[in-house]
Design a protein around this ligand. Structure first.
Ligand code: DMJ
Length: 624
């Protein structure tokens, strides 16, 4: 049978093509109707649906990575256009930018996963090339040689006062107990289950392993537990592996793993930690591959594909997550000779600088595609906290050269004071949360770190001749102490309220737990260093006693489910931050001030000490 006979009539090759003019009038009418319905639908979708209009202004007009246009106030320049010639130039520019943005957006939308992976690979190669340009190959062995100089105060000496000495020794014993049990029952796992005596992992680390080991390295070192430090180092050398198909939290891995490795390097000078920190840092870089350069919250370490928490407002990234990379990434650039790390975090600032801040406040949610705020929730506790901390510490860590960090911090603090800080009728100062302009009179345990932060910043605070900021820090420390003192177990709840007739008390069942968090003790440590008021050591010691009485179990330390109950119900998790932060801050509270002094060290948000980059050394090496 000839092929032609199998084809439908209109497709017969020999048949003359049907011209539109040969349609009948009714056919033409129907075609016209279908066509106009289609056009209306397209325009309707683009201009009238709220999300689509956001897409237009958000993705298409702002999709070029923020790095590509660092000029401030670009939008404003267009608004003031007056003369015709200038108008035309501006219009031509808008048109050109628009076309470029459309092409980029189309390009991105059409990319398949394998192409995205390819982009990531090219980015990785670029990172390696960057390194080569600075005298080394792309591989680990090509890292620039650097002379290791240990900053002062990595270890301390015994306090002269016997009581303090004894308390400090007790805290070291607690560390020994927490570590030995982890080693015995959960070696290599992320965390220990001290009641059931087995390993535990949360999904924050995907299939990464050894969070407790990496988080504890520097605490072991500063407590001079050298055998344990050696065992931990050996585990890192042989087992710490990042080449896995694991989706991790960029923030958690940065503060615990990158931060822990960096500190271990700066304390011990062992190259393995520098190598591993840089290797992991490079693994995190694909998280920044978003239209704005604001990183994703979650990243698959193998594929380099990122995404945000499904619960985060409109696909947003979280302030405390993308805002808590700065310290580690600056050090990664320093240690690797690769500017890419510092560039990524400086770009985050650029994006933030261009945005309007409601009442000078930073909302917790920011969409990485559009570069626009999500819901207007503001908090100095969960979701916001360490962003503010890193602004201040970026300035301090730069030996006070990072003037932008300084300004951003003090401006933000001013807005927090005006809008969020309140005093209860019983005289307790607290930091409330802000939801679209309305205050929720609740303070989280996490927020209690702010006492320490404000004390640390009080020193260089502009226009603070009266010591107002130090007073504020002391008031917050007192409130947080009250949140402990008003419970049965003398441990603080996850969140406490100042409404419904209560002050500094948790009223909701799901806010009554304590998971060995450090923030209140952290604030005591800072307050002690700045004031030497003995009450801070006394409050710290009360916490030690409560931890010993209610959290110490046969196989380690555990959180408790309800701090108002008559006795503890254990949650069976020994969090890695208990060894990284809680015990370290307690130990430093009972140590002399020159042990990890603030003059030479800045603590990352997981209490990992990073050295201040002294002006002289920065000038010498012409570095950050
Ligand atoms: C730690 O992992 C860090 O301090 C982080 O910034 C938030 N809180 C936990 C401990 O509570």
């Amino acid at each position: 049978m000839p092929v032609a006979t199998l084809l439908p009539f209109t497709a017969t090759p020999n048949r003359k093509s049907v011209s539109p003019t040969s349609f009948r009038l009714t056919e033409k009418f129907i075609l016209l109707l279908v066509f106009s319905a289609f056009i209306t639908l397209c325009f309707g979708a683009i201009f009238f649906l709220p999300d689509s209009s956001k897409l237009l202004s958000g993705v298409f007009f702002r999709s070029a990575p923020a790095e590509s246009d660092p000029r401030p106030g670009t939008d404003g320049d267009f608004a003031g256009a007056g003369a015709t010639g200038r108008d035309e130039k501006i219009l031509a520019k808008i048109r050109k930018d628009h076309e470029k943005a459309l092409l980029e957006a189309k390009d991105t939308l059409q990319k398949r996963t394998d192409e995205i992976k390819q982009d990531i690979e090219s980015e990785k190669e670029k990172v390696a090339r960057d390194g080569q340009g600075r005298g080394g190959g792309g591989k680990d062995d090509s890292l620039p040689e650097i002379e290791f100089v240990r900053p002062p105060g990595a270890t301390g000496h015994e306090p002269s006062d016997p009581d303090t000495k004894e308390k400090r020794a007790k805290i070291k014993e607690m560390m020994q107990f927490a570590w030995d049990n982890y080693k015995r029952y959960a070696w290599g796992s992320n965390e220990l289950r001290p009641v059931s005596k087995q390993g535990h992992s949360s999904n924050l680390f995907g299939s990464l392993k050894g969070a407790t080991i990496v988080d504890a390295l520097d605490t072991l070192y500063i407590m001079e537990m050298y055998d344990e430090f050696e065992a931990a180092t050996e585990w890192v050398e042989k087992n710490l592996d990042f080449n896995m198909n694991a989706e991790i939290s960029v923030f958690e891995v940065n503060i615990r793993f990158v931060g822990g490795l960096l500190s271990a390097y700066y304390l011990s000078g062992k190259e393995v930690f520098r190598r591993k920190a840089i290797e992991l840092g490079e693994k995190l870089l694909p998280a920044f591959k978003t239209p704005t350069g604001i990183p994703w919250a979650l990243l698959n370490l193998k594929s380099g594909i990122g995404r945000n928490w499904p619960w985060a407002s409109g696909g947003s990234s979280i302030l405390a997550e993308y805002g808590t990379l700065h310290l580690e990434f600056i050090h990664l650039s320093r240690l690797s000779g690769k500017p890419v790390f510092a560039e990524k975090v400086m770009n985050i600032r650029k994006v933030l600088n261009r945005l309007d801040k409601p009442q000078g406040l930073y909302p917790n949610y920011l969409n990485p595609n559009s570069g626009q705020w999500g819901q207007h929730h503001v908090s100095v506790g969960g979701l916001g906290d360490s962003f503010y901390e890193y602004l201040l510490k970026a300035w301090l860590m730069s030996d006070k050269r990072d003037e932008e960090g300084k300004k951003l911090y003090y401006d933000a603090l001013k807005a927090i004071e005006t809008n969020l800080i309140r005093k209860s009728s019983g005289g307790l100062t607290y930091i409330a949360e802000w939801k679209g302009g309305l205050l929720e009179h609740k303070m989280g345990h996490l927020t209690c770190f702010a006492g320490g932060m404000i004390a640390l910043g009080a020193d260089g605070a502009p226009d603070d001749k009266t010591g107002h900021q130090m007073e504020l820090a002391a008031e917050i420390a007192r409130t947080c102490h009250e949140s402990y003192a008003r419970t049965n177990l003398k441990l603080g709840p996850e969140a406490f309220r100042f409404d419904g007739g209560v002050e500094a008390i948790a009223t909701r069942q799901n806010e009554k737990y304590f998971i060995l968090r450090p923030e209140v003790i952290e604030t005591y440590m800072y307050m002690w260093r700045f004031t030497h008021d003995p009450k801070y050591r006394q409050w710290g010691w009360e916490a030690v006693q409560a931890l010993e009485q209610h959290c110490r179990v046969e196989g380690g330390y555990s959180g408790v489910r309800d701090v108002y109950a008559s006795g503890p119900s254990h949650d069976d998790v020994q969090q890695s931050f208990y060894l990284a932060e809680t015990l370290k801050y307690l130990y430093l509270l009972f140590s002399d001030d020159d042990h990890l002094s603030f003059e030479h060290w800045v603590f990352n948000t997981e209490a990992h000490p990073l050295p201040v980059i002294k002006r002289e050394s920065a000038d010498r090496s012409n570095q950050l």
